[in-house]
Design a protein around this ligand. Sequence first.
Ligand code: GNR
Ligand code: NI
Length: 172
Amino acid sequence: MAIRKIITTTDPLLRTKSAPVERVDADLQRLVDDMLETMYAAPGIGLAAIQVGVPRRLLVADVGGEEDERQPHILINPEILWTSDETHVYNEGCLSIPEHYAEVERPARCRIAYLDRAGEPAEIEADGLLATCLQHEIDHLDGRLFIDYLSKLRRDMIIRKVAKAERETVVI
Ligand code: GNR
Ligand code: NI
């Protein structure tokens, strides 16, 4: 396994729409393992393949918390089947928008169809933080970010600050 580099809003690749995964093979399973290691190391509760520069419809998530309570979810080609009318507001963050957070309102529950790690069809019904996280990740697969739900003024300010912070980071 390997930790991969996470791209940020300064990389236009983050805005591309990811294409479906065609084969769940050994290469894809290696990518899944790397994504899990990258997510846990960050640390984060979710990661979409595009965040490590791979424009494929694949995400991992784990809202478990402690290392001994790990419960990784791996969703390949996810499709949202249903969302609740009831909504939830979470203070969201994104590994591709480091150090910026904002409240985002989304459906409180959702049901998603996907292929599992073995390539078998599966469904999940999520609520709470997992529901928010999975919707945040599926947004990534369509090139959408949580800052897109904010005003243009606030979004542009965050994008500018991320770019500035990167320019000021001295690589040693
Ligand atoms: O680590 C993450 N935390 C988080 C908190 C609230 C809502 C969504 C998230 S996902 C984020 C990791 C990430 O950027 N995934 O794309
Ligand atoms: Ni994100």
